[in-house]
Design a protein around this ligand. Structure first.
Ligand code: GLA
Ligand code: ZN
Length: 693
């Protein structure tokens, strides 16, 4: 994306409509002072722009657009479709989405619309068209911001429009009802459909539901969001073909399949809200930055982060001094070309009044404004980073279908062992409520991240042949073509890694017979006969078969044990307890010139460290065992490496540098041998020669 001069974008969501006009001039003054170069405008302004069905009023928006243009502040213009006006909701009774209980959501908030409401969609498209026609050629307009956080609150709708749409989608997919009955295995519990009209939305029923149907429904809604997006995109592209387009994603990708958007986004942008109370916040963030970067394989935008506290965790602590700056640089280090915030000025009224803003209620003479304007000034001097890339040699595969078929509500903060909640999320009972697709993906990501190795997180159907190591934890579903892709990858020297609860079902949710791991049995050289979930605090032992270099004699493991048999693989470790004592728990298969690993349990972190270290070393991938809390990431531009050192710790620390001469780009000072990082300190280094060039 080109948004003007090469620079790091710095700015915020800006809601001038919440303030009297005289404040706008003060806003501009403070923005200039902070080096703000872009704002997100009009995101929730539909009702103001279109007060009734036949009237569009752009007066106030024109004024602020002009004011921003005069001050060289670019605009990422919202299409304003995320919160529809009351007149629209009142006029058409299908606008508001319907909950699984059958109750229609009450108006009075945002994201209350049904994704398949034709009346909402027509109105949204019309608004986008009016916006584009009106602002075509405006000097401030540099980027479109379509809607806002798709599916944030309205990811699942059960209304009659969705039901009809679902039937059409199914007809398209299965053509004949017989085929649907076969793929959905409706012979089970007498579910056979004899007319399409008997198919309803998959609401909670008396007990387990049809998991294939539920999965198809999630696929259908996912595509519905994509089509909704495309209706606006088509209008914008037609009217303003030169203006790039984005929509801001959340960090939770379970609500829809984000890979559907891939070819129709000019830049990925996202809203990053880690909880400063979470000791692993930096890992939480790193994984999500990696997902955003990997979707298009190019720099992304940090579209929103909190200037200090948010208002929607149960307890919202501030970002203490220095933390906001550190996390801003962490975003850049992971591939962001922007640092933006929600929001510019803390609201005086409305539901989000206790959410921090760059200009807090206290005003400009505040810690938060000062820290942010200092950062803005610092970033405005950073010339060499915009557009640089990250070369990851490791990829983790992410699959929405596998996720949707073992989604774990506990992973989203529900810690109680409530079986019903787990069933409801997946439509059917499971061997254990401790299965957690995204949790496992996160566990593997962290194992690489802890060794400071960049990891791309790519959708499972992407081409992964360019990587050296590919991990696919808990890949419940194996779809056509995947077996061949993995086999070719390993054959050609790649390292593949997978875990328990992988390869159990096909794309129609039918279990693979004659051994789990299904189509991956050959490449892994192992097959699974049965599985044994462990009790909540249950453990087993992992005994290393030989005593290979870099490993201890034994480790602990939990959650799950597969009872498996090797065919052609080598057993690296066996279980130490239970009737499957001495059965394999980690195997390594030589396949062509590469290797494929299978891990039959959830190993403790020390094993993960040792195994991932071995795998990286075997593949000659550079890892960095840095002091706890220190992170390094490298971006590359025109053959030059830019090294980001980030100290997430609360104490100053010294880091030994690899041999060579460096310049710290932030301080413009040379450095060598040892780098001193303050609490939350950041250094950005580039190599220079003896003469400082
Ligand atoms: C989301 C939304 C914003 C705002 C913030 C608050 O990211 O996109 O409009 O509500 O959350 O954290
Ligand atoms: Zn609906």
């Amino acid at each position: 994306m080109q948004t003007g001069d090469p620079k790091i974008i710095f700015g915020a969501d800006y809601f001038p409509e919440q303030w009297p006009e005289e404040v706008w001039h003060d806003d501009i003054r403070l923005m200039k002072q902070a080096n703000v170069n872009m704002v997100n405008l009009a995101i929730f302004a539909w009702a103001l722009i279109q007060p009734d069905e036949d009237t569009f009023t752009f007066g106030w928006l024109d004024k602020i657009m002009d004011l921003l243009a005069e001050n060289d502040i670019d605009v990422c213009l919202g299409t304003a479709t995320a919160a529809q006006p009351n007149w629209l909701t009142e006029k058409y009774d299908d606008i508001l989405f319907v909950r699984e209980s059958g109750e229609q959501v009450a108006p009075g908030s945002r994201q209350t619309y049904c994704v398949n409401s034709p009346n909402y969609r027509r109105a949204a498209q019309r608004l986008a068209k009016e916006m584009a026609t009106h602002y075509k050629g405006h000097p401030a307009l540099k980027l479109w911001h379509v809607n806002n956080e798709y599916a944030n609150k309205n990811s699942m709708c059960f209304c009659s429009n969705c039901e009809t749409g679902f039937r059409e989608w199914l007809k398209n997919k299965y053509v004949a009802l017989d085929k649907l009955n076969a793929y959905w295995s409706t012979v089970f519990w007498s579910e056979t459909y004899s007319t399409w009209e008997q198919i309803h939305t998959p609401r909670a029923s008396a007990g387990g539901r049809n998991a294939t149907k539920l999965l198809d429904y999630k696929r259908f809604l996912s595509e519905s969001f994509y089509m909704l997006y495309m209706e606006e995109v088509n209008v914008l592209k037609k009217t303003t073909p030169d203006i790039p387009i984005t929509t801001n994603f959340e960090g939770d990708w379970s609500k829809f399949d984000h890979s559907l958007f891939k070819d129709d986004l000019d830049v990925v942008s996202w809203n990053c809200y880690p909880n400063p109370l979470d000791p692993n916040a930096r890992k939480w963030v790193a994984l999500r930055h990696s997902m955003m970067r990997s979707l298009l394989g190019k720099p992304f935008m940090l579209m929103e982060q909190a200037p200090s506290q948010v208002d929607w965790y149960p307890i919202n602590i501030n970002k203490s001094p220095g933390l906001m700056r550190l996390w801003s640089y962490q975003a850049i280090a992971h591939g962001s070309d922007s640092v933006m915030y929600f929001q510019w000025r803390a609201s005086q009224k409305g539901a989000e009044k206790y959410h921090s803003g760059i200009v807090p209620h206290f005003g400009e003479d505040s810690r938060v404004y000062k820290e942010i304007s200092n950062l803005g000034n610092e970033l405005s001097k950073l010339q060499d980073i915009h557009g640089s890339t990250i070369d990851a040699q490791v990829a983790i595969l992410m699959d929405n279908d596998s996720w949707w078929s073992v989604d774990n509500p506990y992973g989203k903060g529900n810690k109680s062992l409530d079986n019903e909640t787990f069933w409801a999320a997946n439509g059917q009972p499971f061997p254990t409520v401790l299965l957690n697709y995204f949790g496992e993906l996160e566990y593997y990501f962290n194992a690489f991240y802890n060794l400071n190795v960049p990891v791309d997180v790519i959708p499972v159907h992407y081409d992964f042949s360019k990587y050296k190591v590919v991990a696919a934890p808990l890949l419940h579903m194996i779809k056509p073509g995947f077996k061949e892709a993995v086999e070719t990858f390993v054959q050609n020297g790649g390292t593949f890694l997978t875990t328990y609860f992988t390869g159990l079902i096909d794309e129609h949710v039918g279990v693979f017979l004659n051994g789990y791991l299904g189509p991956l049995k050959e490449v892994l050289g192992v097959t699974v006969e049965e599985f044994d979930p462990l009790p909540l605090d249950g453990t087993n032992r992992m005994i290393m078969a030989a005593n290979p270099d870099g490993f201890k004699k034994e480790y602990g493991c939990s959650v799950w044990c597969d009872v498996s048999h090797v065919t052609s693989a080598k057993t690296l470790a066996t279980f130490g307890e239970d009737y499957y004592k001495d059965y394999p728990c980690v195997t390594e298969s030589q396949f062509g010139s590469g290797r494929a690993y299978y891990i039959a349990t959830r190993p403790d972190a020390d094993f993960m460290h040792d195994l991932i270290t071995k795998i990286l070393k075997d593949q000659k991938i550079q890892l960095h065992d840095l002091p706890e809390g220190v992170e390094i990431m490298k971006r590359k531009k025109a053959g030059q490496e830019i090294d980001f050192y980030l100290n997430h710790g609360k104490d100053a620390i010294k880091v030994e540098l690899p041999k060579g001469n460096y310049e710290n780009i932030l301080t413009q000072t040379p450095c060598k041998h040892v780098l001193q990082l303050e609490k939350y300190g950041v250094a950005i280094l580039r190599r220079i020669d003896e003469n400082g060039k």
